[in-house]
Design a protein around this ligand. Structure first.
Ligand SMILES: C[S@@+](CC[C@H](N)C(=O)[O-])C[C@H]1O[C@@H](n2cnc3c(N)ncnc32)[C@H](O)[C@@H]1O
Length: 196
């Protein structure tokens, strides 16, 4: 919500705000967004939100702010690929957020802001993007270039490190080498944060 509200404050009058996969509609209602669901039966029963049955953003001529959360990285990227390209998007993939960031950078999106939100299993990584060149690369991009200043960074790194340590233990090469690179990255990030 914070990342979306900050974006709203920067947009001009009467922005087109769309929450793709609006589910219960709470976020769409809070943002004054149009709620989109792919199937009619998934639409919430509420009258305080304009609701549309559609595939992603495709019915819109222009989208100023798109909110696409709680979906797989590839699903989010396919919604963006189908267009129209939103001026700003707030995105969250519960798994493989690194693949979302890589896909966004390859498509000419820049990560402008990110935030961590505690959830049942770890921390949700939420990002705000717009058109532009992303300068972060490698694991710095994959981890989340704007997460490094987050107040929950150390807790998040500890949680992610534990997950990657299990993968490193059970994977065979080359997945194990990739997991070990993540472990080194996490240790560097933690050391830098602690010494700052
Ligand atoms: C797991 S829910 C997430 C709901 C909410 N955005 C959140 O973050 O809690 C994903 C929703 O996205 C919808 N969805 C997935 N792909 C979609 C698409 N291409 N167009 C519209 N809705 C889609 C699904 O029907 C589902 O309701």
């Amino acid at each position: 919500m914070r990342l979306a509200q900050e974006a709203l404050a920067q947009l001009g009058p009467d922005p087109v705000v769309v929450d793709v996969g609006c589910d219960h509609g709470h976020v769409a209602a809070a943002l004054g967004a149009i709620g989109v669901e792919r199937r009619r039966q998934r639409l919430p029963r509420r009258e305080d939100v304009t609701l549309v049955v559609a595939d992603g953003l495709t019915p819109f001529r222009r989208v100023d702010l798109a909110v696409i959360t709680g979906m797989g990285a590839e699903t989010i990227l396919s919604v963006l690929d189908a267009g129209p390209r939103p001026a700003v998007a707030v995105l969250h993939a519960p798994e493989r957020a690194w693949a979302l960031r890589q896909g966004l950078a390859a498509r000419g999106y820049r990560i402008d802001a990110e935030g961590l939100a505690p959830e049942a299993r770890g921390y949700a990584e939420v990002m705000r993007v717009s058109t532009g060149e992303e300068t972060a690369t490698g694991l710095g991009l994959a981890f989340g270039p704007k997460l490094l200043d987050d107040p929950l960074l150390l807790e998040h790194v500890a949680h992610e490190r534990a997950r990657w340590a299990i993968r490193a233990e059970h994977a065979s090469s080359p997945e194990r080498e990739a997991a070990e690179a993540w472990l080194r990255f996490f240790d560097d990030v933690s050391a830098q944060r602690r010494s700052a």
